[in-house]
Design a protein around this ligand. Structure first.
Ligand SMILES: C[S@@+](CC[C@H](N)C(=O)[O-])C[C@H]1O[C@@H](n2cnc3c(N)ncnc32)[C@H](O)[C@@H]1O
Length: 354
């Protein structure tokens, strides 16, 4: 019976009765259905059989997988509830909706404390607190063993709702099976349109459970750089005016998003068209944002993804390793490409169970 498989106890039921849980499960059921279809499409395999399988073993496996999934969601929700109960970390209220845009003008405006700076600081603190409590490695350790040892999809008859496939096949195989090496070298990749950004944000919104206000897919227009093709590097960012040494060029809040666990990352990637899936695998990085020894997967969801590594020509830097903000390290002339050192963002797929 379902209760044998799912093993729900008293405290789970209390949790399930909360409005947050109702919202959460509606969302979860929607995207379990949505993602089983996406996974099928992603691998060019129809998922029609999955729901009407006459193979009893396959059905049991599928139910077990759903049960495992539910167990994980309950654990996740328990953490969210703890966060929600802390009034200092209320994530669902925009602290200041009316805030204007942060200034990317020269150094002098950095010191001017405006409303928006405080909104950004509040958001940064909330995110930092969340990450400190729920970072990637601790979550990975909690993964049930079935999730770690699933067989690859080729050995199965039917496609099932299957985050474990992607977890088992991992980042490297996914990257190879999509031919992302060729995509990375392609010098004709398109510049992102508003629709493409919106697609990224919508997919993120459908796949994430991360409790912070997700901004609209608004393209900022006040940063001192623009995107263009960069010889041999795909797309890159170029200064749209002269920029004085020490000026802020890019601020990570609010358009940098975070993935706290492999599952949320895979949900996101499989929800994208293949070229965009390759793009995000190229763009994401891991960073210890809380100086705790724990990393999270980070992704810029705006044109900041296009900064390349210029090696000896690097002209941007962060002030601290936990920061998401870039400043120019020397005077930069209009039209120069903006670069930073990727060495700060090592990407260890083993560490992240990818
Ligand atoms: C964060 S993305 C930068 C945006 C990328 N150029 C694009 O068009 O999507 C990182 C990727 O850019 C490319 N890249 C960055 N710096 C490079 C360099 N110095 N030479 C060649 N490719 C570079 C690599 O493919 C890398 O994986």
């Amino acid at each position: 019976s379902a209760s044998d498989i799912i093993d729900i106890d008293e405290s789970d039921i209390m949790l399930l009765n909360q409005p947050l849980a109702q919202h959460y499960f509606n969302h979860e059921i929607d995207f379990l259905a949505h993602h089983s279809m996406l996974l099928g499409n992603f691998h060019g395999i129809s998922t029609d059989n999955a729901t009407s399988s006459s193979n009893i073993d396959e059905e049991i496996r599928r139910l077990n997988f759903l049960a495992t999934s539910l167990r994980m969601e309950l654990d996740y929700m328990r953490r969210l509830t703890i966060m929600m109960d802390n009034p200092d970390e209320t994530m669902y209220s925009h602290a200041d909706e009316s805030a204007g845009s942060q200034s990317y003008n020269d150094t002098k405006s950095e010191s001017s404390s405006n409303k928006n700076t405080s909104w950004r600081e509040t958001l940064a603190r909330m995110i930092s607190n969340t990450i400190r409590k729920a970072t990637w490695p601790s979550w990975v350790k909690a993964l049930p063993s079935e999730m770690k040892s699933a067989s690859p999809i080729q050995e199965r008859k039917h496609v099932v709702i299957d985050y474990d496939w992607v977890a088992a096949n991992g980042f490297g195989r996914m990257y190879r099976s999509l031919n992302c090496h060729n995509h990375a070298r392609d010098q004709e990749k398109p510049l992102y349109t508003t629709e493409m950004w919106r697609r990224l944000w919508d997919t993120f919104r459908k796949s994430t459970l991360f409790p912070f206000p997700i901004p609209d897919a608004n393209e900022r227009t006040d940063e001192p750089y623009y995107v263009a093709h960069s010889v041999g590097k795909g797309r890159g960012n170029f200064a749209s005016r002269n920029i004085t040494k020490g000026s802020l060029v890019h601020s990570g809040h609010p358009n940098t998003v975070f993935f706290l666990d492999a599952k949320s990352w895979f949900r996101f990637v499989v929800g994208l068209p293949k070229p965009m899936a390759c793009d995000v695998m190229e763009w994401a990085w891991q960073q210890d944002l809380t100086n705790s020894g724990n990393v999270v997967m980070c992704l810029n969801m705006d044109k900041a993804v296009f900064f390349n590594d210029g090696e000896a020509k690097n002209n941007m830097e962060m002030k601290e390793t936990t920061s998401l903000d870039f400043y120019v390290s020397r005077d930069v002339e209009k039209g120069e490409e903006l670069y930073y050192d990727y060495g700060h963002f090592e990407f260890d797929t083993n560490e992240m169970n990818l």
